[in-house]
Write a protein that binds this ligand. Structure first.
Ligand SMILES: C[S@@+](CC[C@H](N)C(=O)[O-])C[C@H]1O[C@@H](n2cnc3c(N)ncnc32)[C@H](O)[C@@H]1O
Ligand code: SF4
Ligand code: SF4
Length: 366
């Protein structure tokens, strides 16, 4: 009894601290000032990948242009630099690190070392992965180290479609990995890591959506729909955002509710169908660090480089003139579209929208 009430009190304290943090960010955003580090930092660890997804800007055989890594030399973020970056982010006030990238993070050999450091620094940790390498050993490690969330990209509902979508026959492996992680969590009565299944509706997989909802139910995951960003050569996969698709989404949202599967379908519908584009808050809430140390403004606008961590500290870059210009430019949608085509198709629409509606608690799909 005593420990329960202590835990309740601690939860209340954590809740109050979180609220104060959110309020402080909102105040800064409203004043147009920056007084604390990026809320979330997205960290790329490697550009190696074991899949060849047809929609991927980096590995799709259909993408024309210089995104493609197939011929480029593959590289990792230097481990010493990675460790220094994590410490610098902590000192600047960052709350959470999302390990993601232009490849598969679990192919980074020193991944566990970095996760341990992130947690020791008292930062929240999330990982975006294709789930193929989520062995029982890694799942146990994630549970033991209380990693907050894992976002697993599953962009097909059966083996055949999965192979067509990713070039490899790993559907069974990924689903088994998810089931195993869920079983291990349950066995130890662990809530972390929270599991999210991310799904990008495209022409090839749109019929799979209900299977993905069922899979989410089976493995106790929440469902995140992501808007497809097409590149030169992958426009052919774009589905029509027409009335029929909207009605299908509404029907699926109802089914999610019946099955008690948490999901972002309403926010996805808003992103895809709403004409109103929100402000961009990336300059306060998000930063992204690439494997060469470049600091870019977000996960979509990859070419907007503000500085490099081999030359300057994170604090110097975050409070630099360049970042200030970006913040000013991006508050106004008409101006920001001129700085890169990705802003027109911004993948952070859902997050920006939630900030506008003061739904701050849920902005990062907690
Ligand atoms: C580039 S991947 C890196 C992490 C990991 N390899 C994976 O696939 O999850 C990061 C996220 O981008 C998503 N993604 C890839 N191509 C996309 C596209 N054309 N439009 C929208 N999201 C995309 C993936 O599904 C994944 O959730
Ligand atoms: S797994 Fe991720 S990085 Fe690899 S090809 Fe697919 S989307 Fe791209
Ligand atoms: S892509 Fe979106 S989040 Fe990124 S800079 Fe442009 S508007 Fe902001």
């Amino acid at each position: 009894m005593r420990s329960e009430s202590f835990r309740d009190k601690m939860n209340c304290v954590t809740w109050a601290i979180e609220k104060l943090d959110y309020a402080a960010y909102m105040l800064d955003i409203n004043l147009g000032k920056v007084r604390r580090g990026s809320f979330e930092a997205q960290l790329d660890l490697t550009n190696k990948c074991n899949l060849r997804c047809i929609y991927c800007p980096l590995y799709s055989e259909f993408v024309k242009g210089n995104f493609n890594h197939k011929k480029a030399s593959t590289r990792d973020l230097d481990i010493a630099l990675a460790k220094s970056i994590i410490s610098q982010l902590k000192m600047s006030g960052t709350k959470q690190i999302l390990i993601t990238g232009e490849g598969e993070p679990f192919l980074y050999k020193k991944m566990r070392e970095l996760i341990k450091q992130i947690k020791q620094e008292n930062l929240e940790c999330g990982i975006v992965t294709n789930g193929t390498l989520l062995t029982s050993d890694i799942s146990k490690f994630l549970i033991k180290n209380k990693v907050e969330k894992i976002i697993v990209s599953v962009n097909a509902g059966d083996s055949k479609k999965y192979k067509q979508a990713t070039g490899a026959d790993y559907f069974g492996v990924v689903t088994e990995n998810l089931k195993q992680l869920n079983a291990l969590k349950k066995r130890g009565k662990n809530e972390k890591p929270k599991v999210f299944i991310s799904f990008i509706p495209i022409k090839l997989n749109v019929q799979s959506l209900f299977d993905i909802i069922l899979l989410s139910k089976e493995v106790d995951a929440s469902l995140i729909l992501k808007k497809f960003i097409s590149f030169k050569g992958t426009e052919r996969f774009q589905i029509r955002y027409d009335k029929k698709f909207k009605n299908t989404l509404i029907k699926f949202e109802k089914q999610c509710r019946n099955l008690k599967v948490k999901n972002n379908i309403p926010a996805y519908i808003d992103e895809v169908y709403s004409a109103k584009i929100p402000f961009c808050y990336a300059g306060w809430l998000i930063t992204r660090i690439k494997i060469n140390g470049d600091v870019v403004v977000c996960c979509s606008n990859n070419n907007y480089v503000i500085g490099n961590l081999k030359k300057n500290s994170f604090k110097e870059i975050w409070y630099s003139e360049g970042y200030e210009q970006f913040r000013k430019l991006h508050r106004d949608y008409d101006k920001r579209v001129k700085c890169g085509f990705t802003c027109k198709k911004c993948q952070l629409h859902q997050i920006n929208k939630k900030v506008e509606s003061f739904d701050f608690k849920k902005i990062f799909f907690k």
